[in-house]
Design a protein around this ligand. Structure first.
Ligand SMILES: Nc1ncnc2c1ncn2[C@@H]1O[C@H](COP(=O)(O)OP(=O)(O)OP(=O)(O)O)[C@@H](O)[C@H]1O
Length: 400
């Protein structure tokens, strides 16, 4: 992410220990950790290893028993915790919104405490709702209970970013939503991060999620012991300990698919059309491009339907088809997400959008399969003795 603007700050945990009263063993024995400004770091590890305890010591929702915590150059170990928390965004599972406050009131909570003017809060709220993919006109006055879990979670992210904190902490943020919503929220977080460049620390139970979101992944074992702290590809290529190997285990092949993003592969251009356009002209455009389908987009270029030319030929103009099961992923989605989305929609392809949902192209299952085959071949040639491979080939030739 060399071209990314960074507004986050570094975080350092220096000899941090947490002993809970009445517990014999410390939850976190002694942790030294450096998180670089602008990185997303994902904490993973088995239940009870100390992920949440470590996360909450960063904003001192849990007070460390020993050690120091630095945010940028600021030693915050003894800082007033309320003040500290105003400079650290915090997102929990299910959003943690105040249920009887409107979305706008929830998002403006910290700015109000900070004494911002009404106009500034309103402007910021509008910007943030747009950023997290919620139309301010539709949602600003809604109550959380009238929104889906995924939408509430988006509001939770907007609220955490309200005072533009350099650091965002997220505790299992996408744990409570269905798998497809989860993928959308992950993609949305990645596009927000592309725009903002915060330092984000997140706890997850899901190694796939950690490899998708994390610039670096921290794998902990009991007592907050660091087993490995590295980029996802380093962890997959060189697990540091037998613990890591086992933890990553059979998920490794799938995780490799997680390392490839849709934007890294050659997906196709598509022919788009707006509602009301002349169907014959659109069809001619599609045929010229060698396609027997088109994508209908709305006024902002977002996909609405994916009809075949036969379907659009039934009417003189492009009508407003709505396709509720349209398989869509974003460029920052992983190939794994793309495959899931194809399977869920029983289609041999997915539409690809940018971070704001604007149409970019289509990815076909053949392309994904080609990437998987190329990767498998690469792993073979890395791992296996050349003599073994030629042996295999001989064997096949004999058999055929
Ligand atoms: N308030 C508390 N009082 C006493 N012990 C606690 C408290 N909170 C956590 N612990 C203990 O500290 C250890 C680490 O807990 P923590 O919640 O940080 O783990 P975790 O890795 O986040 O677990 P999970 O994945 O299950 O959420 C566990 O043994 C837990 O039982």
């Amino acid at each position: 992410m060399a071209d990314q603007r960074i507004t986050g700050t570094s975080i350092r945990l220096d000899g941090v220990v947490k002993r809970y009263r009445g517990q014999e063993k410390p939850a976190v024995e002694r942790l030294d950790l450096d998180i670089e400004a602008g990185d997303i770091v994902a904490f993973v590890g088995p239940s009870g290893c100390g992920k949440t305890t470590t996360l909450k010591m960063i904003n001192r929702l849990i007070e460390p028993t020993e050690g120091r915590i630095l945010i940028g150059d600021r030693d915050v170990t003894d800082e007033n915790p309320d003040r500290l928390r105003q400079s650290i965004g915090y997102v929990i599972q299910s959003g943690g919104l105040f249920p009887h406050w409107s979305v706008a009131k929830n998002v403006g909570a910290i700015p109000r405490v900070l004494g911002w003017s009404r106009a500034k809060i309103a402007e910021r709220t509008e910007y943030l709702l747009e950023l997290v993919g919620l139309d301010p006109g539709t949602y600003a006055d809604r109550l959380p209970r009238d929104m889906s879990g995924g939408q509430q979670q988006r509001v939770g992210v907007a609220r955490a970013l309200a005072a533009d904190p350099p650091v965002l902490l997220m505790d299992e943020p996408f744990g409570a939503v269905d798998p497809l919503t989860r993928v959308r929220l992950q993609d949305s977080l990645l596009s927000i991060q592309q725009e903002l460049g915060k330092t984000i620390v997140l706890v997850t139970h899901d190694f796939q999620e950690a490899t998708k979101l994390g610039d670096k992944v921290l794998i902990l074992s009991e007592g907050g012991r660091i087993e490995q702290y590295a980029t996802p590809s380093e962890i997959l290529a060189n697990p540091a300990t037998p613990f890591v190997e086992e933890f990553v285990g059979s998920g490794a092949t799938l995780a490799q698919l997680t390392l490839t993003r849709v934007r890294d592969v050659d997906y196709e251009q598509v022919v788009t059309a707006s509602v009301g356009e002349n169907a014959e002209e659109v069809a001619a455009r599609a045929r010229a491009a060698g396609h027997d389908w088109i994508v209908v987009v709305d006024g902002r270029g977002r996909p609405r339907a994916w009809p075949t030319l036969a379907e659009i030929a039934t009417k003189p103009q492009i009508s407003d088809y709505i396709d509720a099961r349209l398989p869509v992923v974003s460029e920052s989605s992983t190939l794994n997400d793309a495959l899931d989305s194809m399977l869920a929609a029983s289609q041999g392809g997915v539409l690809v959008t940018d971070g704001r949902g604007v149409m970019r192209g289509a990815l076909r299952i053949d392309t994904v399969m080609a990437v998987i085959r190329a990767h498998t071949a690469e792993v073979r040639s890395d791992d296996e003795e050349p003599s073994y491979i030629s042996h295999e080939e001989d064997h096949h030739q004999e058999g055929s």
